[in-house]
Design a binder for this molecule. Structure first.
Ligand SMILES: Cc1cc2nc3c(=O)[nH]c(=O)nc-3n(C[C@H](O)[C@H](O)[C@H](O)COP(=O)(O)O)c2cc1C
Length: 191
């Protein structure tokens, strides 16, 4: 069993990556294989509505979009997916929005391979906009017929400068509980 975590923050080693790694740590402790993929800060394109993915129904984005395509291929292989984003103007980062638009359109055009995979959002804000960002990511999971585990709070932690998130004890605990619940769910449905 494998969980893929995609970091939508362009700031490598930043708060979103830290929060994702805290969740992955718990998943690993349950014997689940994990991978962290760096999406933020890389060259991505949003959906151009060319509709080629729908005509071909081949699970591919037909514009030059290698990083997003790599994510799509990895998402198809994973049993569970964590999408991590910093809050940017009360919503996901540009790279995360491109991933959700393109992969959502491609996947739903090729038989919906994300159906019944487990998905969870990991969000970091300095102050506000966390719940909107959390909702944006959950909209992606739910329209793709994925199963979303909860935590002891919504999966949002706080921090501004790199590493600040580790001072948010409750936020980190929320990520740990998320990891526990995601592992429990994955083990139940993949028996
Ligand atoms: C372009 C930009 C927009 C931001 N917008 C918000 C915001 O709307 N609300 C907020 O609380 N923090 C906002 N922040 C702060 C980041 O969410 C915060 O610093 C977060 O910890 C960054 O995560 P990272 O370390 O993974 O990059 C913004 C930061 C940037 C660079």
């Amino acid at each position: 069993m494998k969980v893929l975590a995609i970091n939508g923050s362009p700031r490598k080693g930043g708060n979103t990556e830290i929060a994702l790694r805290e969740t992955l740590k718990v998943l690993s402790s349950h014997g689940i294989e994990t991978e962290l993929y760096q999406l933020g800060g890389r060259q991505v394109h949003g959906c151009t509505a060319c509709n080629k993915c729908r005509q071909m129904a081949d699970g591919k984005c037909h514009i030059k979009n290698e990083v997003i395509q790599e994510c799509i291929d990895k998402m198809r292989e994973a049993d569970g997916i964590l999408l991590g984003s910093p809050v940017y103007f009360s919503d996901v980062s540009t790279e995360m929005k491109a991933l959700m638009d393109v992969s959502g359109y491609v996947m739903r055009g090729c038989g919906n391979p994300l159906r019944r995979k487990v998905g969870a959002a990991v969000v970091v804000a300095r102050r506000a906009g966390g719940t909107n960002t959390f909702d944006s990511i959950n909209h992606f999971f739910l329209i793709n017929e994925m199963i979303v585990p909860g935590s002891s709070y919504w999966n949002i932690a706080f921090g501004k400068e790199k590493g600040d998130v580790l001072n948010d004890t409750e936020g980190i605990k929320t990520m740990h509980t998320l990891g526990e619940n995601m592992a429990w769910l994955l083990q139940k449905i993949n028996r």
